[in-house]
Each structure stands twice: as structure tokens, then as C-alpha cells.
Ligand binder design. Structure first.
Ligand code: LLP
Length: 423
């Protein structure tokens, strides 16, 4: 789905579903994340229905956006969850998610996080090293439990994406090297409190082509055959997340094309297929609403200083990522000039967009598009800026799903030293 679907101009005003964004800005203030419920539901449904008669589980990657309202919405649709910390497990449980549909990924799970996940009886641990396997076995033994495990194997496939979000190359820190996988599986089988249940990979994020997914899937199936030949029973195949979205001119495959391709690749095999999509579930369902504070015209450049910043949306600063920027009230394009859209944070890297043709006045509202994934979830309090509010729109109803943080909340955990005793 493109972001044109949930966000539309009506009478020159940008709407989310049937709610006007200028109204949302007045009601809830800026900066503010705004999500379309319908777009979230549609994104889940597109993945889920594409599997048709096949045994499958869509495990939404919580890291993309972990707001309880979003998790609760997906849980209600039958979604599973891919988590990477006990914090994310806490959120899933709080949002009413089914622990029996949770997979736990990540290279550095701590024993206390393993304990929490074992206590909750999650579906599977995606184990990323032989060392982790040993610790998990010990933790499970101490709890008198059996840990369901799939090994995350690094298929050494080039995802052709930004180097920071590519994870399936042999030089990346993720997964067990492809050549070692069989040996680690065999040793896993001999551990008393481990039960091997699946096989897992994830090659990267924001992939805009199918080829790397197919290549990874093919390698996984080869490995699966070898494991089965050794007598291991592999009940599910987790093919990770990574499907890209369109931020500007990218043309990633549709979710249903992606699922059809994976399903075709797996063919007649009986294993249940798991996927862990994050960005493609929420990215184009959300935007960041911000107000222009000042226009600053210098001899070299024209700046629009807005009230959202790199602490609210880190992707431009961190990956030089592009997010489309639209005026909330459509203006006469004849007056447009190229603006540097920047935040108030004291860093030159604090920009949201470079050279954007906009016709602006101070006080205008702007929408930073495609900000539903890795926006709020990567936000920080840098410069002691309270995190933005979040609103979910359902038709013409606007629900506040996270209050704007207060300054008191920001300092509540801090303590000053006691008075020093002289001498
Ligand atoms: N599964 C695993 C094991 C992952 O590491 C990730 C993302 C996903 C699933 C979900 O991938 P997705 O479907 O969202 O591509 N902060 C970056 C993206 C980092 C992705 C990390 N892993 C960004 O803003 O582009």
C-alpha cells in the first residue's frame, strides 16, 4: 500500500482517513505521530491472506513500532510477534498478545530475559550463537523447562540495502555462519533442555527486490533437507522480515507478491512458514506532524526550522534516509523554494529533509511521511525534549495512544548527590 491511501488531500487539506491533520495538530499539539488504523489493518491482512491455505504465522517485528495500541490491534487480528528484548515481551503481553505466537530474536539475550520468555511460554527462541544455546539450556534446566529453539542461520546473501540495516552477510554480527549451522544443530539436539523446532534467517531491512529473499530461502531449504536427512525434525521455517516500503520512488514488491514468492519457493514442504515483517506493516501507515517555527533565509540556503527533530525521527540523521514532506494545507506551488527542513536540536545532522520545494509561512504544518516504522520507536530525549504524542485515527475518530511526555517525567528517575559533609 502506498501512503497515498490513508493520507489524502480533501479540499486542499491533508487528511488521515476522515480526520483533518490541522485539527489533530490543534487538538494534540505538535510534534505528533499520526497513524491510520485502516492502513495498519490492511497491511496485516495483505500479508496474512496471501498465505491462503498454508500453515503460517505473521510475527510483527515489535521494534518497528511498539505502541501498545498498535500491538493490541495486531494481536486482535491474530498476529504473532517478533521481539528482541524482555521489554518488548512485556509490551506484547500488556497489549494482549499471545505468548504462544512470540519468537524471540537478537544476538545478546540475557539470562533474565530468557527466564521471562520461558516463564511466558513463548513459541520459539531464535538462537544466534553456540554460546547462547549453552546459556539457554542452563537457564531452562534451572527452571525445569524445555526451551523451543530455532537457530538463526546467516545465509550470506547480499540484501542490497543500506549497510547499517543489512544483516545477512557473513561479515555481519548476526546469526550462525551457514557452514557451521549443521554442527550447531547436532549439538543442540544433544542438550537436555533444548528442543529444536525450527530454522530461521533474516537478511536485512528495506529490501526492494525479491531476489535476495529467494536466494536466502533457497539456501535455507537446502540446509533444511540436510538437517532432515540427519533425522532432525524441523517444524517451522522463519524467513525473517525485511520487505521494503516506498519512501519516494522505490518500487518494492507488494506484500502479497513477496508472500507468493516465498510460498512458491518453499513449495510442497510441510513446514509452517513464519515471517517477521516490521516496516511493511506500519511504515506507510504513519506520519509525523510538525509545525514550522521559523523561516531563516541566508545568502546560501533557506531553512525551515520545525518543531520536530532528530530525537523524534532519527532516520534522516542516522541513515541519510529520505522521507517525503508534504504541506498539511496545500499551498500555491508557484511560490515554492527549496528549503532545508531542520529541527531545533544543536547538531548539523538534525535535518528532516534537504532541498524540499515548499511554499511556506511561519506557523504552517508539515507532514513527514512514511514515519510509522522506526520513528517513535527510535526516538530519544536528546536536548531534554519530551517525546512526541501519538494519535491513531479510525475513520473520523482520533484516539490519543500516547500522551506527550512531560518535563517532570523526563527527570523523575534522576537523583542529585547528598550534601557533602565538610572535612
Ligand atoms: N526480524 C529481525 C530479526 C530483525 O532484525 C528485523 C529488523 C526485523 C525482523 C524487521 O525488519 P523489517 O521488516 O522492519 O525490515 N532502524 C532501521 C531498521 C532496522 C531493522 C532492524 N531489524 C531503519 O529505520 O531503517
Amino acid at each position: 500500500m502506498s501512503h497515498a491511501a490513508p493520507f489524502n488531500y480533501r479540499n486542499a487539506k491533508l487528511n488521515c482517513e476522515s480526520a483533518q491533520l490541522d485539527f489533530i495538530a490543534r487538538e494534540f499539539g505538535t510534534p505528533c505521530y499520526v497513524y491510520s488504523r485502516a492502513a495498519l489493518v490492511a497491511a496485516f491482512a495483505e500479508f496474512d491472506t496471501a498465505f491462503a491455505g498454508r500453515d503460517h504465522l505473521v510475527c510483527y517485528a515489535v521494534k518497528a513500532n511498539s505502541n501498545l495500541a498498535i500491538l493490541n490491534l495486531f494481536a486482535g487480528l491474530g498476529s504473532g510477534f517478533d521481539i528482541v528484548s524482555s521489554g518488548e515481551l512485556h509490551r506484547v503481553l500488556k497489549a494482549g498478545g499471545d505468548p504462544g505466537k512470540v519468537v524471540f530474536s537478537g544476538v545478546g539475550k540475557r539470562p533474565d530475559e530468557m527466564r521471562a520468555a520461558l516463564a511466558a511460554a513463548i513459541l520459539c527462541f531464535n538462537v544466534e550463537s553456540a554460546a547462547e544455546l549453552k546459556v539457554l539450556n542452563q537457564v531452562a534446566r534451572d527452571m525445569n523447562k524445555i526451551a523451543p529453539v530455532s537457530l538463526r542461520v546467516n545465509p550470506d546473501v547480499d540484501a542490497k540495502t543500506h549497510p547499517y540495516i543489512s544483516t545477512g552477510l557473513k561479515e555481519n554480527k548476526f546469526g550462525i555462519p551457514f557452514e557451521e549451522a549443521e554442527t550447531v544443530y547436532v549439538s543442540a539436539q544433544s542438550l537436555t533442555n533444548i528442543r529444536v523446532t525450527g530454522l530461521d534467517c533474516h537478511i536485512g531491512s528495506q529490501l526492494t527486490e525479491l531476489d535476495p529473499f529467494i536466494a536466502a530461502c533457497g539456501k535455507m531449504l537446502g540446509l533444511l533437507d540436510r538437517l532432515e536427512a540427519r533425522g532432525l525434525r524441523i517444524g517451522h521455517l522463519d524467513l525473517g522480515g525485511g520487505l521494503g516500503i516506498s519512501y519516494s520512488r522505490e518500487t518494492p514488491p507488494l506484500a502479497r507478491e513477496y508472500v507468493a514468492a516465498l510460498s512458491g519457493c518453499v513449495g510442497r514442504r510441510k513446514q509452517r512458514i513464519l515471517i517477521e515483517p516490521g516496516r511493511a506493516m506500519v511504515g506507510n501507515a504513519g506520519l509525523l506532524l510538525t509545525r514550522v517555527e521559523y523561516l531563516k533565509h541566508t545568502p546560501h540556503r533557506d531553512f525551515a526550522i520545525v518543531d520536530a527533530a532528530m530525537n523524534d525521527l532519527m532516520r534522516p540523521a542516522l541513515y541519510d534516509a529520505y522521507h517525503e514532506i508534504l504541506p498539511v494545507i496545500a499551498a500555491n506551488a508557484d511560490n515554492a523554494i527549496p528549503y532545508q527542513v531542520v529541527g531545533p536540536v544543536c547538531e548539523t545532522g538534525d535535518f528532516l529533509g534537504h532541498d524540499r520545494n515548499l511554499a511556506l509561512s511561519e506557523g504552517d504544518l508539515l507532514a513527514i511521511m512514511s514515519a510509522g516504522a522506526y520513528g517513535m520507536s527510535m526516538s530519544s530525549n536528546y536536548n531534554t525534549r519530551p517525546r512526541a504524542a501519538e494519535v491513531m485515527v479510525d475513520g473520523d475518530q482520533c484516539h490519543l495512544i500516547r500522551e506527550r511526555e512531560s518535563l517532570e517525567q523526563l527527570t523523575a528517575q534522576e537523583r542529585i548527590l547528598p550534601a557533602r559533609i565538610p572535612g
